[in-house]
Design a protein around this ligand. Structure first.
Ligand code: SF4
Length: 355
């Protein structure tokens, strides 16, 4: 006999859960995997379009594995957390080569895939292969913390153990797919992070947080996120051969995306044209004969642990030999559209008037 929480959840799912998503009820592990990777750190509304575009461009895992990396990154552009895209490509190759195009069907094998953690492995395992593994993510932590009135921090060692045992215990072992999907939908539509719909919630009579007025305080987290500030001066060098761009290779944000010539500092500080030129000459080769045309207003992008403030400095240069020793390539302005860039750059490009 399953727990009242589980019974109520499945009942609600059958009768009232109206949430529809293209991958719901999907049994193809490739499509499930794709949707789960896209939805890590991403809202469903934002991920939907990306999912549809990926399925259209790469209907099978083999097609994804064979695609040029730049094309995959271009499709991912704007979704953020680009290591997901890198892992997506690596995993598509592993499945194609090691598993001959067939998705692995045991929990442990799925968990070995790059970019797949316990949550994603449980989701793929239960949805595609009916494996009895409970999903546990921020949504589930929140629902369980509130329903059972648990104040142990969800990011502490004790909390992780406690919640993962509880989640597994509550799982409807014979219907893991229905249960996991219902729990995700319940967390997203009823027991939401802000303004949960307690008054119409079918679990409210059993919910300890509701009974004790603890809803706003739960779940508890131990660690505060420290947000690092970074300032990017992007020098948009223009020559008769186009605009200088380069791939970001370092293990940092936006790895594998393209960018303009970058000088980074910690403190955002406006530059005048004279200082901008001096800064460019200090950092890049053969740019003595250059003119700074304009400098943008600061543009900010907030990431989960960083705030980026970017300035774009358009700088015209007579020699396209400049910067070649710094590893840049010159690309005609109209062709920039083919390259994947971080959101800060695509946002600026759209209003730059360079096209
Ligand atoms: S009563 Fe409120 S806090 Fe409790 S499970 Fe329902 S929505 Fe969540």
């Amino acid at each position: 006999m399953s727990a009242p929480f589980t019974q109520q959840l499945l009942k609600w799912n059958k009768k009232e859960n109206k949430r529809s998503m293209p991958w719901k009820g999907e049994k193809d592990p490739y499509k499930i995997w794709l949707s789960e990777i896209i939805l890590q750190q991403t809202r469903v509304e934002q991920g939907l379009d990306y999912y549809n575009r990926f399925i259209k461009a790469f209907p099978t895992v083999k097609k994804l594995a064979a695609a040029p990396e730049q094309q995959v990154f271009k499709l991912w552009e704007g979704l953020g957390y680009y290591s997901r895209c890198k892992n997506l490509i690596a995993t598509a190759k592993i499945i194609t080569e090691q598993y001959k195009g067939r998705f692995p069907n045991t929990y442990n094998e799925i968990l070995q895939l790059k970019g797949v953690g316990p949550y994603t492995a449980a989701a793929i395992g239960s949805f595609a292969f009916n494996l009895p593994y409970a999903v546990l993510d921020g949504n589930v932590f929140r629902v369980l913390a509130r329903y059972f009135g648990i104040s142990t921090p969800t990011d502490s060692t004790d909390g992780k153990k406690l919640f993962s045992c509880l989640a597994q215990e509550l799982l409807a072992k014979k219907q893991p797919a229905d249960y996991n999907q219902a729990l995700m939908d319940f967390g997203a539509t009823i027991c939401k992070p802000q303004q949960p719909l307690c008054t119409i919630c079918y679990q409210k009579n059993e919910c300890r947080a509701f009974a004790n007025n603890w809803v706003a305080q739960l779940p508890v987290k131990e660690k505060k996120i420290i947000v690092k500030k970074r300032c990017f001066y992007y020098f948009v060098f223009i020559s008769n051969k186009g605009i200088a761009i380069k791939k970001r290779m370092a293990a940092d944000i936006w790895q594998n995306l393209y960018e303009f010539a970058l000088v980074e500092t910690t403190e955002p500080k406006g530059l005048d044209k004279k200082n901008a030129l001096l800064l460019a000459q200090k950092h890049f080769d053969n740019v003595s004969n250059a003119t700074v045309e304009r400098i943008s207003v600061p543009l900010s992008q907030k990431l989960s642990h960083q705030t980026i403030t970017a300035y774009f400095i358009i700088i015209r240069i007579s020699s396209s030999k400049a910067l070649l020793t710094n590893g840049f390539e010159w690309v005609p302005a109209k062709k920039l559209i083919n390259y994947p860039f971080p959101k800060t750059i695509t946002g600026w490009l759209a209003q730059s008037g360079l096209f």
